[in-house]
Design a protein around this ligand. Sequence first.
Ligand code: C2E
Ligand code: CA
Ligand code: CA
Length: 784
Amino acid sequence: MQAIYTCLKETHDHYLLLLAGAVCMIGVYASFAIAKHAGRLEGRAKTLWLAIAISAAGCTAWSTHMIGLLAFNPGMPSGFDPALMVLSLILTIVGIGLALSYAIGSRNRMHRFGAGLLLGTTITVLHYLGQSAYMVTGVVSWNIELVALSILASLPLFGLAMVLPGERRRALRPFAAPLLVVAIALLHFGGMAALQIEFDPRIEIPVANLSPELVAPVLALVSAALVALAFMGLRFALNARAQIIRDQVRLKQLADLAVEGLAICEDQIIDSVNDSLAQITGFSKDELSGRLLQSILPNLTIDAIAEKEEQDTVLLSSGGDIVPVRVLRKTVQVGSRDRIVIAVRDQSERLQTEAKIRALAFSDPLTGLSNRASFGEVLAVKCSRATTADKAFALLLLDLDRFKAVNDTLGHSMGDKLLKRVAARIIACGEPIEAIARLGGDEFGVIVTNADLADDIANKIIDLLSRPFLIDGSIVDIATSVGIAIAPEDGADPETISRHADLALYAAKGHGGSVACRFEREMSNRANARRALELDLRRALTREEFEVFYQPQVDPKSGRFQGAEALVRWRHPTRGLVSPADFIPLAEEIGLIAPLGEWVLRTACLEAKTWPSHITVAVNLSAVQMRDSGLARTVAGILAETDFPASRLELEITESALLQDEAVTYNILHALRSMGIRISMDDFGTGYSSLSYLSRFPFSKIKIDQSFVRQVPGDNDAVAIVQAITSLAARLRMTVTVEGVETDEQRAFIVAEGCDQIQGYLISRPVEGETIRAMFHTTAKAVA
Ligand code: C2E
Ligand code: CA
Ligand code: CA
């Protein structure tokens, strides 16, 4: 150390030493700045600037060393060997290049230490090769111990200087540069101190050698180039910094436009946030920047968030509230640096909406009861548990009686209010009821946990609902029918038990309402039979299983044939002849009545065409057919097609057809009447129709129902009714036909009352077309 100090103090030009130091610093800065610039580039430009940076580093080391040599004053003439100077420069550049490429990007300490050793070796070679390029007029000798000591002491420092920049602990990194300076200084001045020169005038410096006066300008030139590079590097750095600031400003501006909350983070720390995130968290933007991201997203570390993959978590707001959020992470480049943007979407509103939708999907908005879907789920769970009799439960299905009438007469809003009140009364039945649902319209479903209480609850509900409701000042009277099925006895799965409760309800309705019916196997059999019949009926028309029978109508006084009523028959392949009373209602229900009715009308017209021209044919129309506003057109079409005169056709409709949409019925009947077809009021006296119907609609004939005829002349009331109808018809200019006349006594009464026509077994049962044709042609009179 003493030797180094003396060497420094006495044999060196201090100004030149300072210059060497300055060139070293400028060169190092230039090399780093250019290398950084290269790092921001891609492709060939990157390689080029990297090469320039390495060359600058080499030149820095080399020129520092050479200026150091110039600063040395041996006190005798000296010179430099140009070839060795160039060689040392090349070796320095190559050595530094290798060492850096080995070290950069390597996290492995041993690698970096090795690279440091390589760097140290390069500098050592540079030093001693430079030394050998330095020629003096004297004998050069070395203090080998000092040389070895300086090399051995500096090499580990070189190694350490390369290890530090790659250290995880950032605080250690800044020590790398001073350590490098110490290592170089130790190597250089140790070497210089070890140098001993003894003047010897006999030794001549070769002519080809450069004198220090010639080397100085070369070094000045290299130094100037390094200064220029340093300036370039400075500009690059400033540009890059400006770019970063621009990028950051743009990123912030964009972030503030976003609806989602955004946090721009560096590592785990929030750098800045947008307005939305400030709003979601309740913190100000300033409060957020500089915080750990985890302080607002407690369940997440930034590395745990997968890039571009949404993740649900919670956010801790300033008020300590937990806000459900969905986060997304994306790495963006700001200048040459990576920043992590965390997007935070507030989920509370979406979750609330979802909950609302779920609630809506599973509840009935009017009554607030469960709806069919959620009731189905409860029922499924109950069924899965009701495996043994002691876990039995009851399913009650309710259908309100007369609800439709309330809706039609008092309006829908009244109907809605009534349904709410009904719901409240069912709920009031209390404890044994586990679930109540409105299944649609005026249908309700109830689950009773204790099957033994099913009948009691059903009767309680019937009782509660049959008490009048006072709604908006009106007294509303309804009732309910209840169908009961017990699980697992009557069905172990939701479908079966529901179907069976439905059959029981159907039966309750059949009893006229206000009653509860338990499901019985018999119901299921009846339903199955009905389903089978329905299937057969659908095929009967195409299989031509229908026939039309005719029943003659005669003048009660003269006994002359006047007409015949067409009555359909179904010749079932296995059941034989099926009565229309059994299949017409079914045909109406399954939509088969329209084609069947048309077929009967066509057949009857074709048949009647073969009859004497004064004889009419009467065809029955179902109430369902009367709902079809195109009915008159259909009838006209059939008349045209069969070429049958409208004046010989009568259509019979029952009172129930008049209870439907009056306008439609009115239009149809008038259209038919205007075509010349006569309309008969069938089964008169059995329905609810008021007498006013008779005058309002264009009827030509009234048919008194057979139920009255059966009771005359014995029953006074029946006699009075027949008499009243007859006199009413006379006043309205309508003819009267009496149906179901079976006895001569009845006929005598009817003749006495002055009715116009009779029909019944007394004259003939309904017979096949062939038979009636023969009947009409062989004799003009049925009875004398
Ligand atoms: P309806 O129109 O009142 O027909 C008269 C019914 O009384 C016929 O029964 C007939 O056979 C029966 N009948 C006639 N005279 C007597 C009698 O002296 N004593 C008794 N006990 N009964 C008598 P049917 O043929 O079984 O028809 C039943 C009902 O089916 C008909 O009642 C009618 O409403 C309906 N229907 C029959 N054919 C058709 C049709 O083609 N279309 C429509 N829509 N309904 C039809
Ligand atoms: Ca009839
Ligand atoms: Ca009738």
